[in-house]
Write a protein that binds this ligand. Structure first.
Ligand code: 5AD
Ligand code: SF4
Length: 442
């Protein structure tokens, strides 16, 4: 049997694309190999957003080159955002690469391989051609009871730091009927937890007008109505598009989890403006208040960038103030890094590396202190946990996640995919610890 191996970089959208890539390769009769060394088809699903892809990818591709020298029949495919951004240069830089494909062209990879593409001319497929939802492709899910569902592709915002609009194109929403049909099929296959994915999920539906008058809250309600779906998550919403119907849907729908990932990026209105985020610090804080008022026991997560061009010590302190005011349950923190082809890359006043490093250390310290306090407040309570498997650090314990998206390590018996009650006994800044509670009568 011919075998494949997929290496994934980047965000959840990319991880989801990798599931489609794997499903498609399996459809073609290939089996998964646990390491690239034994694989006949090597796929690298790349990212360009926050890491320096050149160095990490180059190391992986160096190994792939060696493998290909040993066995020239091997196929090397580079997909994802970096492949899209660097389409012209990939074959020049890495002449042993057989095929490059952008995020919108996963199905072309299957066609190409299926047609015996290897050994034919080098090919590349990108967003210039017709994009299609990977959803129509077969899928290989890592866990049988959890699934990602893509609701839109691309992004219409113009955030000055971000490469996504350049590599994933303009926003296109999937039709609600198609999404609900996929969710219904997934539920029938045993899926209990869904994560709806879009670059900006809560602007979903806008491009379907006037043909269809709908919005993201309505989609949440339609997914909630599907029998068997216990938990619904979504990522990521843009604060500028977070409207009342979505807040009401989160509050009303039993399966929509009390967890919102709400990217802040900066707490300085001046920097937000330069980032073209189109909200101010005050509007963001007002939204947080509306969310907390509308959704009891809400957990909030965020993304923050430090060292955007022109960020002063004062701007940075404003970010710290917002973090103090909101008290996030979790936060992803990033050092600004210029992405070629974005507006911010050519702005003057780039912040020196040592200043960025010093700021991110202060930010991480604050974020961790608050998250530790927020988690400590859960000690003594009981949480509903969806069991995911054995704890990675202690194989005598199990691991799962609460509705508020906190990882829990706990003792007691349970099977992956089970929903159990856990008594919380301890907390760190990122996890809770406890034991399975005695069964409570339903
Ligand atoms: N530099 C640093 N962080 C970035 N992000 C996006 N682009 C950049 C960049 N050029 C961060 C943002 C976004 C998250 C996915 O990655 O915070 O929300
Ligand atoms: Fe995801 Fe953006 Fe990275 Fe592409 S560039 S993989 S969309 S984070």
């Amino acid at each position: 049997m011919r075998r494949y191996h997929v290496t994934t970089f980047g965000c959840q959208m990319n991880a989801h694309d990798s599931e489609r890539i794997k499903g498609m390769l399996e459809e073609l009769g290939l089996g998964e190999s646990s390491s690239p060394d034994e694989a006949d088809v090597l796929v690298f699903n790349t990212c360009t957003i926050r890491e320096k892809p050149d160095t990490r990818l180059a190391a992986h591709l160096g190994n792939a080159k060696m493998l290909k020298e040993r066995d020239p029949e091997r196929v090397i495919a580079v997909g994802g955002c970096y492949a899209e951004a660097q389409r012209e240069r990939i074959f020049g830089q890495y002449p042993f690469v057989d095929v490059a494909f952008g995020p919108g062209s996963i199905s072309h990879l299957g066609d190409w391989l299926g047609a015996g593409g290897a050994g034919v001319a080098r090919s590349s497929f990108g967003i210039a051609e017709e994009r299609s939802f990977a959803a129509a492709l077969p899928m290989h899910r890592e866990r049988s009871f959890q699934a990602w569902v893509q609701v839109s592709m691309g992004c219409n915002s113009k955030c000055a730091y971000c490469i996504v609009p350049a590599v994933r194109g303009r926003e296109v929403s999937r039709r609600p009927g198609e999404i609900v049909a996929e969710v219904t099929r997934l539920a029938a296959e045993g899926v209990m937890e869904l994560t709806l994915l879009g670059q900006n999920v809560n602007s979903w539906g806008r491009d379907l007008r006037p043909d269809l008058d709908t919005e993201f809250g309505e989609l949440l309600r339609a997914c909630d109505a599907v029998e068997g779906i216990e938990r619904i998550r979504f990522t990521s919403p843009h604060p500028k598009d977070f409207r009342e119907p979505v807040i009401a849907a989160i509050a009303d729908c039993a399966s929509v989890c009390e967890h919102v990932h709400l990217p802040l990026q900066s707490g300085s209105t001046r920097i937000l403006k330069a980032m073209r985020r189109t909200y101010s610090r005050e509007r963001y804080l007002a939204l947080v208040e509306r969310l907390r008022d509308g959704i009891p026991d809400l957990a909030l997560g965020t993304d923050i960038i430090v060292g955007f061009p022109g960020e002063t010590e004062n701007d940075f302190r404003e970010t710290l103030e917002v973090v103090e005011a909101v008290r996030y349950d979790s936060a992803f923190t990033f050092v600004y890094s210029p992405r070629q082809g974005t507006e911010a890359a050519s702005l003057p006043n780039q912040v020196p590396d040592e200043v960025k490093r010093e700021r991110i250390e202060r930010l991480v310290e604050l974020v961790q202190r608050i998250a530790r306090e927020r988690n400590a407040a859960r000690v003594g309570g009981v949480e509903e946990v969806l069991v995911e498997g054995v704890s990675r650090t202690d194989d005598a314990r199990l691991r799962g996640r609460t509705r508020r998206n906190t990882t829990v390590h706990f003792s007691g018996d349970a099977a992956p995919g089970e929903l159990v009650a856990v008594e919380i006994e301890s907390a760190t800044s990122t996890t809770l610890g406890g034991r399975r509670a005695a069964l409570v009568a339903a």
